[in-house]
Design a protein around this ligand. Sequence first.
Ligand code: SF4
Length: 232
Amino acid sequence: MIIFMSSSLEHKITTCVLCPRLVQWRQDIGQIKVRRFQDDTYWAKPVAGFGSLQAECLIVGLAPAAHGANRTGRMFTGDRSGEWLYRALAKQGFANQAESHHRKDGLKLHNCFITAVLHCAPPQNKPAKDEITNCRRFFSSEFRQLKRLRVMICLGQIAFKETLCLLESELQIKFTPKPKFSHGNTFKTSRDLTIIGSYHPSQQNTFTGKLTEEMFDTVFRKARHILNKSQD
Ligand code: SF4
């Protein structure tokens, strides 16, 4: 049985106006658009997490992309980062298809939930500190609903850092010393929850070769291996 996010939480997220700069930005982007999406009606609102609440694997991104999730209304949908992510997920059976174009494209996640530290697109993909702090309430609320989590994959340094903060406050875990972010860095918390760091599949990383498809696949293979092992 698939249980989706409570509609009250989804409503709270998608109607949030706590960060004035981001409210302005998400709306402006939706009006101005880019040429290739001129005919689209942009979502231009905060984007809630996506997947089943029974998931054992949580993917944590940075934020919706201006012309990706801010346009389509679903995390990592309609942009290049999403192409990388869903391809990797599909290879390991976490998604039924490798492509993600719009909210009604038939994509389904298996045992996986996708969210982001920030639920609104920030200018230049650079959120301000207070915006990250504001959005922690939603990251935490989503996390609290995911009671079966075994693995968290953090895409990028900010997602990794915020995940540590989240675990400290939600699970009262004290990290001493604090784990450092690096691609593939994996550690297990005292609650039998494994955290894996990964470079974000942004074009900045994929175009420059800092992140290759094999490097990215390795992260998801690892997650799959951990989940398979825990079923033995
Ligand atoms: S980033 Fe989060 S807290 Fe800020 S307006 Fe968007 S949904 Fe609200």
